[in-house]
Design a protein around this ligand. Structure first.
Ligand SMILES: [Fe+2]
Ligand SMILES: [Fe+2]
Length: 339
């Protein structure tokens, strides 16, 4: 197969495969079709079919193509490629061929998978894998916090715990970065990120029958839902985690400024910043997602509902949420600004 390309359209149609990325592919069966630029005829040609066996000589040839910068995949194979990269997330930090939106989708995919694994088995190993991927996200955002804008464009409204956890992480991080503009601290960024993604880790014990109940919940059911806060806290402690910011996200994401929340009915200034942040991000994401008994709200409507509810939600954070949706992160922080 031969395809006509000008150098301008080249990057729209193809993504370059670096030696680093090639090295992460299964050696004998690359997950995507491979192409190379044939200089003799100045055209891109297909070299190998995805998932077919690559012989030893072919491996060498492909390695040389990658080293010479002439090995490519089709951009339309991006989904398969993103899935592959999400398992090797560190690679997104070394590659600059992706658009920020593509990187955001890779992060979503990776964290969604990690969170699904962790919720199914909240033990040390899945926790470590999750926290490793979170530290890669932190590194990516620390280099340029304005990138969080693209994470906001990668929210997924489906009704699913892992999706809700990643959405809450993305929204909460955007608000945190905007709120702390100029005073962002790397360690706090990591703790907040972990706290946000894990805020509902205690929910896994609740039956879907209770969660999907359309009508009136009996007291025992409501108590069982409210217990997810304590359950999450206990599970996290059992993993040996004592990070106060993470614990505040989990313990206080259902507390409200007027004392109407749960489990401790914390009031006003006793409600920590991580708790307020997790509360706003969590409520916003819950409103966005489709539930068995109702359609999700439009993002601006959801933000407006929170902005109006100043008795319960931190006015500074909800105002930032409004700014985020109408003007974007860039209206508050400039690209590349870390401190
Ligand atoms: Fe919750
Ligand atoms: Fe939640």
């Amino acid at each position: 197969m031969t395809e006509q390309t000008s150098s301008d359209s080249m990057s729209e149609v193809y993504l370059q495969i670096s030696p680093n990325i090639l090295g992460s592919f299964p050696k004998f069966r690359p997950p995507v079709n491979l192409y190379f630029f044939d200089e003799n005829i100045a055209q891109v040609k297909k070299y190998h079919e995805a998932e077919k066996r690559l012989g030893k000589d072919q491996q060498e040839t492909v390695g040389n193509f990658a080293a010479d910068g002439i090995l490519f995949l089709l951009r339309e194979d991006y989904r398969v490629y993103a899935k592959h990269l999400s398992k090797n997330l560190g690679l997104v930090l070394t590659e600059d061929d992706f658009t920020p939106q593509e990187v955001a989708e890779i992060f979503y995919q990776a964290l969604y998978d990690r969170m699904t694994e962790f919720l199914a088995q909240p033990t040390e190993k899945p926790y470590e894998l999750l926290s490793k991927d979170i530290s890669i996200l932190d590194e990516y955002l620390w280099t340029d916090p304005s990138r969080v804008e693209y994470l906001m464009k990668s929210l997924h409204p489906e009704y699913d715990w892992a999706a809700h956890s990643v959405n809450t992480l993305f929204v909460g991080l955007a608000l945190f970065i905007m709120a702390l503009k100029g005073k962002l601290n790397r360690a706090a960024l990591t703790s907040v990120a972990m706290g946000l993604i894990l805020h509902d880790m205690g929910m896994v014990n609740i039956s879907t029958f209770i969660l999907e109940n359309k009508g009136f919940l009996v007291r025992a059911d409501r108590e069982s839902i409210e217990n997810h806060v304590e359950t999450g806290f206990t599970k996290l402690k059992r993993l040996g985690i004592n990070d106060p910011i993470m614990l505040q996200c989990i313990l206080q994401h259902h507390e409200r400024l007027d004392g109407s929340g749960y489990p401790s009915r914390v009031i006003g200034k006793d409600l920590s910043l991580p708790g307020r942040l997790a509360g706003v991000a969590d409520s916003f994401c819950a409103m966005l997602s489709d539930r068995p008994h109702r359609k999700g709200k439009d993002a601006r409507q959801a933000a407006l509902a929170l902005i109006k509810d100043q008795k319960k939600y931190d006015a500074n954070l909800t105002k930032l949420l409004g700014v985020l949706l109408t003007q974007g992160v860039g209206s508050v922080i400039t690209p590349g600004e870390t401190s």
